[in-house]
Design a protein around this ligand. Structure first.
Ligand code: NAD
Length: 368
């Protein structure tokens, strides 16, 4: 039994299929939306050993002639160099304009392969088969693809909507606990943005979810995807509402960059960024301290404790200036002041520096 969520866009629509066991149905479901022919299955070296064989077999069974391609696992693969190698390989294999790229893996594979699908031959069809919680609840839906540049995270990219997303929740059983919790950070972000109902639902299940996938995982993924599908369908190109999805990401991306890409899992950096944003929201957006405490309790409950890092405030501030939301040199942050209520607010360097210094000081004293 699967739960489909439809993403409705101005010029396209696609289905996100969520359920146990649907990895073996990729070929047959793909054949329903695209012509059967050649395809490139792209995965990372970890997922290749665990789950990609099932996808490959289903493609062959459905009549696809699939080539298997692998890249190293980890954030370092979201690079210009790796994207270039992938594009050269596709060209050498003479993949044609109607041949889909199938991304099987976490957010790194989805972002890299989606970018390649956007630019190879000026665009070929693209399918997402997310295998991490983070990719299922967030990155596989909505069509943002990206590469990291030395100056900042996701600074190169393209919008490229998938033709289909297939999320088999059974594959989450093999996910290391740190990666599972990293995904829970995007779930917590979604709950704060969505509002009281989802937030309370998540709070009630936080301590069991902190230990790994539970019987609620399918519903969890479906609820998060439904929220994201709604946001993306109303604002596909992030001109306004879609900016909310950056909640926690201003400091989060800066932490990832300053610590060195791949050192700290994306979601763990986002969780820290949510704690930071909530404190700034008290200062500049009228948020109640009770809301900060409530969010802290949720993150603690999900196993997303305060991040132990020692990073220089000035380096983080500089990294924030490369954030895509900055305008006229001023950093803009998504600030939530209550469940379901947020704004994207300019935060001047003086306020940001003071908060970063306070944040860094709590790391040294371990008080918070
Ligand atoms: N495009 C978007 O809208 C969007 C949204 C959020 C995040 N992102 C991006 O997503 C990336 C993070 O994605 P991620 O957290 O999935 O990281 P990831 O893709 O690096 O995966 C994390 C690790 O888990 C392994 N793995 C994947 N599936 C597995 C499974 N089922 N069992 C065991 N191991 C498995 C991978 O090999 C990797 O080592 C970041 O680069 C972030 O910028 C993009």
């Amino acid at each position: 039994m699967t739960r489909p969520v439809r993403v409705e866009l101005a010029n396209a629509a696609y289905e996100v299929v969520i359920g146990p066991g649907c990895l073996g149905e990729v070929g047959e479901r793909l054949a329903e939306v695209l012509p059967v022919g050649r395809a490139a299955l792209v995965t990372d070296e970890v997922v290749a050993k665990l789950h990609a064989l099932t996808v490959g077999a289903s493609l062959i069974e459905a009549g696809f002639d699939a080539v298997d391609l692998q890249v190293p696992a980890g954030e370092a693969s979201k690079s210009w160099a790796r994207a270039g190698e992938l594009l050269e390989t596709l060209a050498r294999l003479r993949l044609e304009r109607t041949d889909p790229l199938i991304a099987v893996g976490g957010g790194v594979i989805g972002d890299l392969v989606g970018f390649a699908a956007a630019v190879y031959l000026r665009g070929v069809p693209f399918v997402q088969v997310p295998t991490t919680l983070l990719a299922m609840v967030d990155s596989s839906v909505g069509g943002k693809t990206g590469l990291d540049l030395a100056a900042g995270k996701n600074l190169a990219g393209a919008f490229k909507q998938p033709a289909l997303v297939i999320a088999d929740v059974d594959v989450l059983a093999t996910l290391p606990i740190t990666e599972w919790r990293s995904g829970l950070a995007e779930v917590a972000k979604t709950a704060v943005l969505d509002g009281e109902e989802l937030l309370a639902w998540l709070e009630a299940r936080a301590s069991s979810l902190a230990q790994g996938p539970t019987a609620d995982v399918e519903e969890l993924v479906a609820r998060c995807v439904a929220f994201k599908a709604g946001v993306v369908s109303r604002d596909e190109r992030e001109s306004e509402e879609r900016e909310c999805l950056n909640y926690g990401h201003t400091l989060g991306h800066a932490i990832e960059k300053v610590a060195g890409y791949g050192t700290i899992a994306h979601g763990l950096a986002v969780a820290e960024g949510m704690r930071f944003a909530a404190r700034i929201a008290v200062d500049v957006a009228g948020a109640d301290v009770a809301f900060v405490r409530r969010q802290d309790r949720l993150l603690d409950g999900l196993g997303l404790g305060v991040l132990e890092v020692d990073l220089a405030p000035e380096a983080l501030l500089e990294a924030m200036h490369s954030d895509k939301k900055a305008r006229s040199g001023v950093v803009r942050m998504v600030l939530a002041d209550a469940p379901g209520s947020w704004r994207c607010v300019p935060v001047d360097d003086g306020v940001m520096r003071a908060h970063l210094q306070q944040w860094a000081a709590t790391k040294r004293t371990e008080e918070r």
